[in-house]
Ligand binder design. Structure first.
Ligand SMILES: Nc1nc2c(ncn2[C@@H]2O[C@H](COP(=O)(O)OP(=O)(O)OP(=O)(O)O)[C@@H](O)[C@H]2O)c(=O)[nH]1
Ligand SMILES: [Zn+2]
Length: 220
């Protein structure tokens, strides 16, 4: 299969500041990925704050509390914007690579008591079907050789290093824990070796005004 190519680029103003949005595409399959880039990332000697964010429509766009994805996405963009320099690869591998509809099927099995891994296996998939190697190719196309990677997932670090991207530091990304995703985070830690720290300050954040056990800014 031929390598992914950089095919489009434009400005993208966001609530976190002005990014460049860069589009990538595989010539044959037309499978797409994108990156949001802020600041000058051309200085190869200074590692770039970077996030590989796997697509999660439910968490990223629909405010789902079943996972930590939406919170990680906004936190990563905010951290990049605070540094004024960084890259977020939006890796279009929905549902750990099984797709949106199969993720909904996996959620249905989780409603019946399975954990996130058991549900994938019951549907005939591997625990994680993603391939992160394309992200190394995207970093290369962007001229990024060294990254400080925002992640709790050791596999992302390993795959980048094997592909020649120097991960100089892992920057933890523990945000958005709540009563609906705490079991999911536990499973990722215990069965997938993710570095999850249960953050007691943010864990079950109680708003004194509405007592909602979800992460949000307390009401006035
Ligand atoms: N199959 C499946 N996919 C899920 C489930 N919950 C979230 N996802 C997908 O999992 C991916 C995000 O993976 P995570 O394990 O949360 O995080 P990660 O990207 O591996 O690691 P971090 O860098 O630490 O965030 C996205 O593609 C989501 O759509 C689930 O229960 N089942
Ligand atoms: Zn998610």
């Amino acid at each position: 299969m031929s390598k992914i190519q950089l095919v489009a680029e434009a400005n993208l103003p966001t609530e976190f500041g002005l990014f460049r949005i860069v589009g990538f595409e595989f010539p044959q399959s037309k499978k797409e990925h994108i990156a949001l880039v802020m600041g000058d990332i051309s200085d190869a000697d200074t590692p770039v704050l970077a996030r590989i964010h796997s697509e999660c429509l439910t968490g990223d766009a629909l405010h789902s509390l079943k996972c930590d994805c939406g919170f990680q996405l906004s936190t990563a963009l905010r951290q990049i914007s605070e540094e004024g320099r960084g890259v977020l690869i939006y890796h279009r591998e929905e549902g750990r690579g099984i797709g949106l509809i199969n993720k909904i099927r996996a959620y249905a099995l989780q409603d019946q008591g399975m954990d996130t891994i058991e549900a994938n296996l019951a549907l005939g998939f591997a625990a994680d079907e993603r391939n992160f190697a394309v992200c190394a190719d995207i970093f290369e196309l962007l001229g990024v050789k060294q990254v400080r990677l925002l992640t709790n997932n050791p596999e992302k670090i390993e795959t980048m290093r094997q592909a020649g991207i120097n991960v100089t530091e892992r920057v933890p990304l523990n945000v958005g824990e709540n009563r609906y995703n705490t079991g999911y985070l536990d499973t990722k830690a215990k069965k997938m070796g993710h570095y999850i720290i249960h953050n007691n300050e943010k864990h079950f954040l109680d708003c004194p005004h509405c007592q909602a056990e979800i992460p949000h800014t307390p009401h006035k």
